[in-house]
Design a binder for this molecule. Structure first.
Ligand SMILES: NC(=O)c1ccc[n+]([C@@H]2O[C@H](COP(=O)([O-])OP(=O)(O)OC[C@H]3O[C@@H](n4cnc5c(N)ncnc54)[C@H](OP(=O)(O)O)[C@@H]3O)[C@@H](O)[C@H]2O)c1
Length: 432
């Protein structure tokens, strides 16, 4: 921009928790840097949260305080920054109000975009309002920009990510210390790595929100959280982590969206990934995303997926983008051109599988197991029998050749009914 005149970005910040306070700090600390990069000053006009008296470690006295966050979309603010959270409630009301008035809307809220992304993108495109959500996926990693802009020349074949730091932290400690899931979860809560109510994280819902957004950007489909098969990490046992290691794998919670012969498959589940792959070596609370594009090949993005600084960094990137006037189709293609998601059912997934059974230690058991596998047309790649399981019987651990998930499901169902099988079998998908 050559003639800036007295143009200014005036922010209205809704939510002053971890991310909101982080954004205020960066706007104050990097005033000159941000103005140079944005081509105009970036200032805070008004702020909103629930409790006005709470000490947030930042001086809020220079800004107007607004009790109802929706009021931020009135009175001089030209970019609203929504850092409250939640798919509905004040976040959605504020998004509709701001975008409806043509006011820029920047958010870190994955639940909002995964649930109402198409509606909000359509509204933004109608009024010309910028809509940005870099911080909603993988925190500090600029994966939204990578998919929407940097990789725009590629047909994407797959996007796979470790998108939830809490789960990766828990799985890392289970592996390193040989601890049970519940033990590590308790410790993670005490250390602040997991929320008091960890459901969103450990049951894969947070990863599903982020994966739905990545699927939309990669494949031009509307974000579809309703039809996204989602499994978390509650049932991962130390024994599976041990066997995974022995077989050359590590267990990670993955969000996957990929083009297959059947269509687009999008799913969230724990998976065994080869120990030598880039994604297997992403440890602790770190996030990573691996993208395969037809022209670029494979690119890997890794960094902090949460926390004050990394998340605020992504929010500021969006604010500077808005100041610069970057305003293409909000979800990568115009909202009206987004395809219905029509996901491939997980039963049609083709892949290789790990199955662990606890069985009676007596002759004939192996024959019963292999008979079921043969009848269901599931061919075995490797099979191990291990000594006494702690709670009686022995473990049989097998991996399959490529097969369709419906066959694996039928096999597991029949295993469960065998007299010699002592507990519900464990199944994990293997991601090459
Ligand atoms: N934390 C992270 O590392 C991270 C990473 C990526 C994305 N995000 C996303 O960023 C957003 C904010 O997360 P956060 O961790 O900063 O959350 P947080 O620390 O819980 O802060 C939420 C803020 O929203 C305010 N708030 C809640 N309900 C409100 C209401 N009805 N009206 C007005 N204000 C309200 C709270 O006010 P009070 O302070 O007065 O209670 C608080 O300041 C969420 O969408 C989250 O998913 C967070």
């Amino acid at each position: 921009m050559s003639n800036q005149g007295d143009r200014k970005i005036i922010l209205g910040i809704a939510g002053l928790g971890t991310v909101g306070a982080g954004v205020v700090k960066i706007v104050e600390k990097h005033k000159a840097l941000l103005a140079a990069r944005a081509g105009c000053p970036i200032e805070i006009g008004a702020v909103s949260a629930r409790d006005r008296s709470r000490d947030r470690g930042v001086d809020l006295s220079p800004y107007n305080w607004v009790d109802n966050p929706v009021d931020l979309a009135s009175g001089g603010v030209n970019v609203v920054v929504e850092l409250i959270g939640g798919s509905d409630g004040p976040a959605l009301a504020l998004a509709r109000e701001a975008l409806g008035k043509g006011i820029g809307f920047v958010t870190a809220n994955k639940a909002l975009i995964a649930t109402h992304g198409k509606e909000l993108a359509a509204l933004a495109e109608k009024t010309g309002a910028p809509l940005k959500f870099e911080a909603a996926v993988a925190g500090g990693i600029p994966i939204i920009k990578a998919l929407r802009e940097g990789l725009a020349g590629n047909a994407i074949s797959s996007v796979r990510g470790i998108l939830n730091g809490t789960c990766n932290y828990i799985l890392t400690r289970m592996e390193r210390e040989g601890l049970a899931f519940d033990e590590v979860l308790k410790d993670a809560q005490a250390l602040g790595y997991a929320e008091a109510d960890p459901t969103f994280d450990i049951d894969g819902i947070d990863t599903a929100h982020k994966t739905a957004i990545l699927a939309a950007l990669a494949f031009g489909t509307e974000p579809d959280i309703e039809n996204l098969p989602t499994e978390g990490i509650r049932n991962i046992a130390p024994v599976d982590i041990e066997y995974a290691k022995e077989l050359g794998y590590r267990i990670k919670l993955l969000g996957v969206t990929q083009q297959t012969e059947e269509g687009i498959e999008t799913r969230v589940h724990p998976a065994m990934v080869p120990t030598r792959s880039a994604i297997a070596n992403v440890m602790d609370a770190t996030n990573a995303v691996v993208v395969d594009g037809d022209a670029v090949g494979q690119t890997v993005y890794e960094g902090a997926g949460a926390g004050e600084g990394p998340t605020a960094s992504a929010v500021l990137g969006d604010i500077v983008d808005v100041a610069r006037g970057a305003n293409g189709p909000r979800l990568g293609v115009p909202a009206e051109k987004l395809k219905a998601s029509s996901p491939v059912p997980v039963a049609k997934h083709r892949g290789t599988y790990y199955i662990r059974l606890r069985v009676d230690d007596r002759p004939g058991v192996m024959a019963d197991i292999t008979a079921v596998l043969a009848e269901e047309n599931v061919s075995i790649e490797s099979m191990l029998q291990r000594g006494q399981a702690a709670d009686g019987g022995v473990y049989i651990v097998l991996t399959t050749h490529e097969t369709v998930e419906a066959s694996v499901a039928a096999t597991l169902d029949r295993f469960t009914k065998l007299e010699c099988v002592l507990e519900t079998p464990t199944m994990l998908r293997i991601e090459a």
